[in-house]
Design a protein around this ligand. Structure first.
Ligand SMILES: [Zn+2]
Length: 283
């Protein structure tokens, strides 16, 4: 294509923007078909990537009949070379499409870093070569992130935190989304460490499917640090065992079942503002 993605996005209608992105996602991921992607009620967010790709997300809203127990933000693919983290979110969306009961109000972002995944050779970082999961604000960000990047990672380019906190459009959009949606829990999917990690108040899930809780540590500039430690929003990080291979279907289902059960038990009892329920009465 001669025109850049940004020019195309600006010229086209939202439906076409979603379709274009679905073509690129289904071309890249063997586990996500065009129908899997196009069949979703995706919203092409106004938050666009460095190269102009939309960040697609889907809402599973509160149902008229039931006050949700809380709001959950589910994110895949903040690291563009962790293919399974995107594919599994699409699988879980298929489950939600059938079984969304209104227990939770979901916002689902299957691919947080489209430029990282949707390039010839997928990469962890975004198009500016920034690790988005190190680009979130914290006190003394410049010293903390650069100390970590220089001393601990020895300037590993895959861990570059960027020049400023929220220097990247993708991390800026996600921070705004967290402010706007006010999630009670954030679930972020990664690979390939094969564990559950957790940042935030109280305790994380001890086991999701065959993945056990193992606190990896909270990196300066990470989403877990920003949302979990600073904003006190529980952040469950699911580290799948392989980047390039999905778990078996039974394990995909078990991780989901265990996650929903953990959410049910841990969000339960909390008071939620009535505003989380639609007050439009069709009668
Ligand atoms: Zn990752």
């Amino acid at each position: 294509m001669a025109a850049g993605a940004g020019q195309l996005a600006a010229a086209n209608q939202p439906g076409e923007i979603v379709q274009q992105e679905c073509v690129r996602i289904s071309d890249k991921l063997g586990s996500v078909s065009m129908a899997d992607c196009e069949g979703q009620d995706f919203i092409a967010s106004p938050g666009i990537s460095v190269q102009g790709a939309p960040i697609l997300y889907r809402e599973y809203p509160p149902l008229e009949s039931r006050k949700p127990m809380g709001r959950v933000l589910l994110i895949g693919g903040i690291h563009g070379d962790e293919y399974s983290s995107v594919s599994i979110v699409f699988k879980w969306m298929q489950t939600l499409n059938i079984h969304h009961s209104g227990m939770f109000h979901w916002h689902v972002i299957p691919l947080m870093n489209p430029d990282g995944l949707l390039r010839q050779e997928s990469q962890r970082m975004n198009a500016n070569n920034v690790d988005l999961n190190r680009n979130f604000p914290m006190a003394d960000w410049h010293n903390k992130t650069s100390e970590y990047w220089v001393k601990v990672t020895e300037r590993n380019p895959r861990r570059y935190p960027g020049a400023e906190p929220l220097s990247e459009p993708e991390s800026r959009w996600l921070a705004a989304e967290i402010d706007h949606f006010h999630p009670d829990v954030i679930v972020s999917v990664h690979a390939p460490h094969g564990v559950v990690d957790y940042d935030g108040p109280k305790d994380g899930p001890h086991k999701l499917g065959r993945l056990y809780l193992q606190l990896i540590g909270t990196y300066p500039g990470s989403l877990g640090n920003y949302a979990g430690v600073q904003k006190k929003i529980p952040v469950v990080t699911i580290e799948l065992p392989y980047s390039g291979t999905l778990p078996a279907p039974v394990e995909i289902a078990q991780i989901w079942t265990d996650l929903v059960e953990w959410l049910r038990r841990n969000i339960k009892g909390k008071e939620f503002p009535v505003a989380t329920v639609h007050d439009t009465d069709p009668s």
